[in-house]
Design a protein around this ligand. Structure first.
Ligand code: ATP
Ligand code: MG
Length: 422
C-alpha cells in the first residue's frame, strides 16, 4: 500500500457500519430542537482568523495552539478552519441583522477543527451540535438550556451524565478575583508548569482550566471566584439553581469550572461522564453577554452551549444503546431476459407504494442472488423469473425468521399489501 494516499491523522471517516448511529443522532437532535422552537442556521467552515482571536481570546489553548490557520494565496487573507461555532454564529447574526426583530433561538451542527493530539474522544476534525439564544438576559433561558440537555440525554438513551455549574460573575467581579488569583499563583510559582507560568499574568483564570494532573492540587487550593461574585450574577445563579431543583435536576457546583474560551461570563455549565476516560465533558456552555458587542454588534445578552457528537456517540456505544440498522423492505431477485427488464419497472412500482427496495444488479445464479437477498437484511425477497413475467405475478418470500409465512405468487398490488402489512 506504499502508493495509497492516507487520510489525515485525527480526521475520521464515518463508515457505513456506523453511519446509521450518526443518522439516529441527527434525527433525534432535529426533533429535539423543533420541540423547543430553535431555528437552524448554517455558517461556512472558513472564517477570517481575526474573528476567533477577537472572540475566543488570544491567550487560550484554541487560539494559541489549536487553530488551522493559513494565508489564502490568492488574496493574502488570513483564514482559519472554525474551531467552534459560537463566533461564526454571532458573526452571521450581526452581519444579517437577525436581532433587529427581537431575540433569536438558533441551532447548528457540523465539523469543527482543532490541532490537538489525537486520542480517544479528542480529534482534529470533530462535530458539535450548537445551541445559541441571542438577546435573552436570563436566567430563565439558561434554565431552558439545561432542561433541554437533560431531555436530549433521555432521548438518546443516556443516563449518568452529571451536571456541573459555576458562575464567572461580571467583568468587574472577575477583575477583583484575578488580583487575588495572581497573588496566589505568584506565591506558588515554583509549582507551576510552563503553560501556567506563561498565563499567570496574561490570563490567570485559564490556569484553573489546566489539564495537567500535576497541577490539580494547586488548582484545588486556589481562591474561589464564588467568594467575589457581584450581586446580579449571584442572584441569577441562585435563581437558576432554584429552578433546577424545582425541575428535579441534580447538579453540583464546580468552582474550578472556568471554560477554555474567554467570552463566557455569569453562569457556565458542563455535562460530564466518568465513562469516557479523560475526555469526559460531553457538553459545555454558558452566558456570553459581552460577545455580540465585542465582535462589532449592538450589545445584546446571550448564552448557548455545544456538545461533542463523537463523545456522545461513544457514550451511547458504551451504555449499550442499540440503534437498529435500517434494512430495506424488499430485495428484488430477477433472472431471465424479460425478468431483468421487468424488474426495473417492478422496483419503481414498489417504491411508488412507499417501500424501500434493493434491486439486484450484476446478474448471477438464482442461488447467489438469494444469498445476497438474505445478507441485505431485507424482510422479503420479491422474485421475478420469466414464468412470473408471463403469468403477470411476483413471488414473495419472507426472509426473516418468525414471519411464519409461505412463499406466495401474487399480483403486484397484493404483494405491496402483504409487505406493508407486516
Ligand atoms: P476539552 O476540555 O475536552 O478540551 P473544550 O473545553 O476545549 O473541551 P469546548 O470548546 O467547550 O471544549 O467544546 C464543546 C464540546 O465539544 C466539548 O465538551 C467536547 O465534548 C467537544 N470537543 C471539544 N474538542 C474536541 C475534540 N478535539 N474532539 C472531540 N470533541 C471535542
Ligand atoms: Mg479543548
Amino acid at each position: 500500500m506504499a502508493n495509497t494516499v492516507q487520510g489525515i491523522r485525527g480526521m475520521n471517516d464515518v463508515l457505513p457500519a456506523d453511519a446509521h448511529r450518526w443518522a439516529f443522532f441527527e434525527d433525534t437532535v432535529q426533533r429535539w430542537v423543533r420541540g423547543y422552537g430553535y431555528q437552524a442556521i448554517r455558517m461556512p467552515i472558513l472564517e477570517r482568523t481575526e474573528l476567533f482571536v477577537r472572540s475566543i481570546g488570544e491567550v487560550t489553548d484554541i487560539v494559541e495552539k489549536e487553530m488551522y490557520t493559513f494565508t489564502d494565496e490568492l488574496n493574502g487573507e488570513q483564514l482559519t478552519l472554525r474551531p467552534e461555532g459560537t463566533a461564526s454564529c454571532v458573526r452571521a447574526v450581526i452581519e444579517h441583522n437577525l436581532l433587529y426583530p427581537g431575540p433569536q433561538r438558533l441551532w447548528y451542527w457540523g465539523p469543527m477543527f482543532r490541532h490537538e493530539r489525537p486520542q480517544k474522544g479528542r480529534y482534529r476534525q470533530f462535530h458539535q451540535v450548537g445551541i445559541e439564544a441571542l438577546g435573552f438576559a436570563g436566567p430563565d433561558i439558561d434554565v431552558e438550556h439545561i432542561v433541554m440537555c437533560a431531555r436530549l440525554w433521555r432521548a438518546l438513551g443516556l443516563d449518568g451524565i452529571k451536571l456541573e455549574l459555576n458562575s464567572l460573575g461580571s467583568a468587574d467581579a472577575r477583575a477583583r478575583y484575578r488580583t487575588k488569583l495572581v497573588a496566589y499563583l505568584e506565591r506558588h510559582a515554583g509549582e507551576l508548569d510552563a503553560d501556567a507560568l506563561r498565563r499567570m499574568h496574561t490570563n490567570p483564570l485559564r490556569v484553573l482550566d489546566s489539564k495537567n494532573p500535576a497541577m490539580q492540587p494547586l488548582i484545588a487550593a486556589a481562591p474561589r471566584l464564588a467568594d467575589d461574585l457581584d450581586e446580579a450574577s449571584a442572584q441569577a445563579f441562585a435563581a437558576l439553581q432554584d429552578s433546577l431543583r424545582a425541575a428535579g435536576l441534580a447538579f453540583s457546583i464546580n468552582p474550578r469550572l472556568v471554560r477554555g474560551l474567554d467570552y463566557y461570563n455569569g453562569t457556565v455549565f458542563e455535562w460530564v461522564t466518568d465513562r469516557l476516560g479523560a475526555q469526559g465533558t460531553v457538553c459545555a456552555g454558558g452566558r456570553y453577554d459581552g460577545l455580540v458587542e465585542q465582535i462589532g454588534g449592538k450589545s445584546a445578552p446571550a448564552c448557548g452551549f455545544a456538545m461533542g457528537v463523537e463523545r456522545l456517540l461513544a457514550l451511547m456505544a458504551d451504555s449499550g444503546v442499540d440503534v437498529a440498522e435500517p434494512a430495506p423492505d424488499v430485495y428484488l431477485v430477477r433472472q431471465g431476459v424479460a425478468a431483468v427488464r421487468r424488474g426495473e419497472q417492478v422496483a419503481e412500482q414498489l417504491r411508488d407504494a412507499g417501500l424501500a427496495v434493493v434491486l439486484h444488479c450484476g446478474g448471477g445464479s438464482f442461488k447467489s442472488q438469494m444469498k445476497k437477498a438474505d445478507g441485505s437484511g431485507a424482510r422479503y425477497a420479491v422474485i421475478l423469473g420469466d414464468d412470473e413475467v408471463q403469468a403477470g405475478v411476483l413471488s414473495v418470500k419472507p426472509l426473516r425468521m418468525g414471519q411464519g409465512q409461505e412463499q406466495l405468487r401474487v399480483a403486484l398490488s397484493q404483494a405491496c399489501e402483504i409487505i406493508k402489512s407486516r
